[in-house]
Design a protein around this ligand. Structure first.
Ligand code: ASP
Length: 324
């Protein structure tokens, strides 16, 4: 009988555990892992959203930058973290390109995570160091083609958005230049400003102030239509590369097995954060945009990620770019 009672007690504890967990969550600081260096575009979005979500959850969310390997180290860590809602990840389009780029990717973006919701959409810009000789996109293409041996294209490694954009640009103009990988586009920008590298494709969240301040040259944006915060910059399509379109999106992830009530709380906090007037204004100043609420859900996030994997996989395979 005693044995039976103990069994029931244990059973009850187990049954009640998820509810108690959700009621109490979050009782300690949450870590949001960023797969690139501090100060870059993913980090910028992460810090804005972490503040808004933390306020809503009444708990601090700290950002931890775990850069390297084109943004694949942080997801590998989060996939193996305790599924308790205290370690989460922000990542971008790289979650959909890495499966085609890496032959031995140590995580499955669809199956090894709980999807919390999409965060924002951001255009990219093709920029160059201030004294780069080409004055417009047409001249840029001609210059790159004739000087390809001496041109350095900066990116944040295989799997980064900057890598994808640079790779598609080189494919479109049928010219390969030397690529220089960094742990994020914040350090890459530093070298572009210093003239150590020549060109880079990066999100407006990292390039807008440098463009507006005249610290770098800009040739085109990668969206279908012009960007409101950079109205004079042509689209790649207008500038001469038809149908060249890349929009960078971010999403939030938790380790697989994180209890549903915890994911629900994180999703709700995300929805509050991206609707916050300060966050929206900051995004707008940087050329980015919060997603509409129905995209900031686990279901929409997972479905979109799957569609992006299906879209980019064949394009990357055709380009023949991969890491062993
Ligand atoms: N978003 C950048 C990229 O993928 C990296 C970063 O956030 O620093 O190129």
């Amino acid at each position: 009988m005693l044995k039976f009672c103990l069994g029931v007690a244990v059973c009850l504890t187990l049954l009640l555990a998820p509810q108690l967990h959700a009621q109490q969550y979050p009782t300690k600081v949450i870590t949001l892992m960023v797969p690139f260096a501090a100060g870059g575009p993913t980090d910028t979005v992460a810090r804005l959203v972490a503040k808004g979500m933390g306020d809503s959850l009444k708990q601090q969310i700290i950002v931890e930058n775990v850069g390297g390997a084109g943004g694949t180290i942080a997801p590998a860590r989060v996939a193996k973290a305790a599924p308790d809602g205290y370690t989460i990840l922000i990542h971008h389009i790289g979650m959909s390109t890495a499966p085609a780029l890496y032959r031995k990717l140590p995580y499955n973006p669809l199956n090894d995570f709980e999807h919390i919701g999409l965060v924002n959409d951001t255009p990219m810009t093709l920029i160059a160091r201030k004294d780069f000789p080409a004055k417009d996109f047409k001249e840029l293409i001609a210059y790159v083609k004739t000087n390809k041996e001496k041109i350095n294209l900066a990116n944040a490694g295989l799997g980064a958005a900057s890598h994808l954009c640079g790779m598609l640009f080189m494919t479109a103009i049928q010219t390969d230049v030397t690529t220089v990988p960094y742990g994020g586009t914040a350090p890459a920008m530093k070298d572009l400003l210093g003239g150590q590298v020549d060109i880079m494709c990066d999100q407006t969240t990292n390039t807008t102030s440098q463009i507006k301040g005249g610290a770098v040259k800009v040739y085109a944006v990668t969206t279908k239509t012009r960007v409101a915060s950079l109205p004079n910059v042509p689209t790649m399509h207008e500038a001469g590369l038809p149908n060249f379109e890349i929009v960078i999106w971010h999403g939030l992830y938790a380790p697989k097995g994180t209890p549903k009530p915890v994911i629900d709380q994180l999703t709700k906090a995300l929805q509050v954060a991206i609707k916050d007037a300060t966050v929206k204004q900051r995004f707008a100043d940087l050329g980015a945009e919060s997603v509409v609420e129905k995209r900031a859900t686990p279901e929409a996030h997972k479905a979109f990620l799957k569609a992006e994997i299906d879209k980019w996989g064949p394009i990357i395979k055709k380009a023949g770019v991969y890491a062993d």
